[in-house]
Structures are given as C-alpha cells and as structure tokens.
Design a binder for this molecule. Structure first.
Ligand code: ZN
Length: 374
C-alpha cells in the first residue's frame, strides 16, 4: 500500500471527535487483510459514543510491541485555501486536516507493518491501538481501551506512539515524555456598580487581572532539567460587560499550566489556591495529566538506530511534547513517541511533506526490524 494514498483516504473521513466517519473501519479492514485479529471497541458515556480499534498479529511468544495512534482530528476552523477534508498535493506537500496530527503516523505505521509482515519472519506480536477521542478527553478512547486491554491481558511490553514529535525535519527529535497539564477556571465576584461610585476592592476585573499577573510572574522552581520550565498561560478573560460606565460584578479567566517533575498536580493546585485566596478568586481545576518521562535505554537506542539506518540522522531525545495518550499508556508499559514535525498540528492548511511521510514509513520499518531482531 502506498502511504500517500493511505493517508489521503484517512483524511477524507471527517473524523472530528467523537465522529469516526469510516476511519476506524478503514484501518481495521487494512489490518485484517494482513492477518491481524481486529476488534472494534465502542464505549459510551453521557450520550457520547466513541469507536476505537484494537488489532493483534501474533507470531510466536517473543516480544510484544504496541502501536498507539488516534484517528480523530480537531475541527477544521477557518482560513483554509482548499477543502480540509479533500486532500490535495501541492509543491511536495500533502494538505488536509489531520495529515500531521496524526493520520501520517497511522498511515506510515500501517504501511511499514504490511511490508514487515510480508518480507520478514519474526517471533513476537504486534498490537495496534487506534482511539477516537484523543483530542477531547480520551475518556471513551484510550482510558476505556486500556481498562479493556488490561482485563483481557492485551497490554504490550513497549509502545510506540505515532504522534508528531520531530522539530525542524522528520527524525531530528523523539519524545520520551511530557509535562503535566492543568486547566484552571478562575472566577472573581465583586459588585456591579456605576464607575463613578466605585469602592475599594470590589472591581472583579481588577482583582482577576491582579491574580493573573501574580501567577504569570510566579517563580516556579526549576530543578529537573529533563523537562522544559514550568509555565502558566492565561488563555481567556471574560466579564460579559460592554458598558464603559459599569464595573463588572463578575469576571472569569481560563489558565493552563504545564509543569515538569518538580511538582505534581496537587502541589500546583495548592500554590494556585494559596495565591487565589489573597485576591479573593475562586478556582476550578481539570487535571489533564501528570508529567511523565520514560527513559528506557533499549527503546531509545532502537529508535536512534532506526532513524540513523533509514535517513542518516541522529535524533535528540526530549520531554517537550504536548499531552498525548502516551500519558495513559505509560502506566502499563514503556512508551516512546515519534512522528512527523509538530509545526503544522491543528493549523489551517495543515500539511506534511510527501518525503517525510515516506521517511516515516521507512523509519518505522527499520524500527520493527530492530525491535524484533528480524
Ligand atoms: Zn495527536
């Protein structure tokens, strides 16, 4: 199978979370034809149903490799020069929603595995996990899939996550982990007043701005240098008040904080809460995940050799990743994350170099050969 065709076919499925629009069946059919046992795993909660795929190919008792990807994509959004779900090739790029994040990774792995199974004999098994809600929550996706896999004894020894990881060019960076992430909703309640008759400390907007500034300037400790620094970013400020002579009674803000292993989410929450008290701010937290770092020497050296053999580059290893489903897989097995450059993820006119797709397929093929010693 041609990796460009595979990726283009996937892009034509409008698989905006939690819709799968044929993407899961397409991958399932392809793997079934290679001799994989496949199973569609549907999980529902609160009126939302997510389709996921588990596929297994077994040839002996040897090592057990997993591949993890997601077939869902973020909404197209504005600013496209072509139909986001009708892929086109232009100046050496394949363009369409999801080509980078992460239909490229799925396509390259499926094509590499097809070639590997046909050309090589090996002793071991390959388990493929494709989830349908990575972009929104991962609840009925990887979290439910892993509960199922654990109960069925289908957890791999090691797992390759095909998310974008490269920096300037494919093969220059591999992710070993990422920082923890918390979404924070902050709310300040003051008093709605005519501006001419203001009183001290009752302006909800001034209070919340004070809090945001204080937290933005907070000096987070930075000892574990495997991770980028802890970083807090305000992403939304809202009062709902458009009148120039009214002090808003209520103001709210959204913040997101990324933190390395110097903190866990409880410590971050208590620092944020402590300061919030001083400013009279109420907080709500959604913990997206703790930081993780998987420093498995064997996986690192296999991936470095695979990249070197396939395209001659030596990658650097880093924990700069955004959150991925790898944070759930790491609870069960070793995880390594490698794919195309991160630059175009979630953008309009999302694109991937045709050459990079082919390189990725070759790197995954080398990785399979080295992993199974085939
Ligand atoms: Zn992704």
């Amino acid at each position: 199978m041609n990796v460009i065709k595979f990726c283009s076919d996937l892009v034509r499925c409008k698989s905006v979370t939690p819709i799968d629009d044929g993407a899961i069946d397409y991958i399932s059919e392809f793997l079934k034809n290679l001799g994989f046992e496949t199973q569609i795993l549907e999980f529902s909660e609160k009126g939302r149903t997510v389709r996921n795929l588990f596929a297994k190919f077994e040839r002996g008792e040897g090592a057990n490799l997993g591949f993890l990807g997601h077939s869902d994509v973020v909404p197209a959004g504005d600013g496209w020069d072509s139909d986001p779900f009708e892929p086109i090739i232009q100046e050496g790029f394949l363009i369409g929603r999801g080509v980078a994040d992460m239909k490229s990774g799925i396509s390259a792995f499926c094509c590499a595995v097809s070639k590997f199974i046909k050309e090589k004999s090996f002793n071991g098994s390959i388990r493929v996990f494709i989830t349908g809600d990575e972009e929104v929550g991962s609840y009925q996706g990887i979290q439910s899939v892993l509960d199922w896999a654990k109960a069925k004894g289908e957890i791999p020894d090691d797992c390759l996550v095909g998310e974008p990881s490269s920096d300037k060019e494919v093969g220059d960076r591999v992710f070993l982990g990422h920082r923890g992430s918390i979404n924070v909703q902050a709310k300040s309640v003051g008093e709605q007043l005519h501006v001419a008759f203001s009183r001290n400390n009752t302006n909800s907007l001034a209070q919340i701005c004070g809090y945001i500034t204080a937290m933005k300037n907070y000096e987070w400790k930075y000892e574990d240098k495997r991770f980028p620094k802890t970083n807090l970013e305000p992403t939304l400020l809202f009062t709902g008040n458009y009148a120039q002579n009214v002090i808003p009674g209520e103001s709210s803000a959204n913040l997101n904080i990324r933190f390395g292993a110097d903190y866990d989410s409880d410590q971050i929450k208590s620092i944020l809460s402590e300061k919030a008290k001083q400013f009279g701010i109420g907080l709500n937290f959604i913990v997206n995940g703790e930081s993780y770092f998987c420093d498995n020497e064997r996986l690192k050296s296999l991936m470095a050799s695979a990249i070197k053999n396939a395209i001659g580059l030596t990658p650097r290893f880093s924990a700069e990743a955004g959150t991925s489903d790898g944070r759930f897989m790491i609870k069960y097995c070793n995880v390594i994350e490698f794919g195309v450059p991160v630059e175009m993820m979630h953008r309009s006119n999302e694109k991937v170099k045709i050459d990079d797709l082919r390189k990725l397929e070759n790197i995954y093929f080398e990785f399979l050969k080295l992993y199974f010693n085939a």
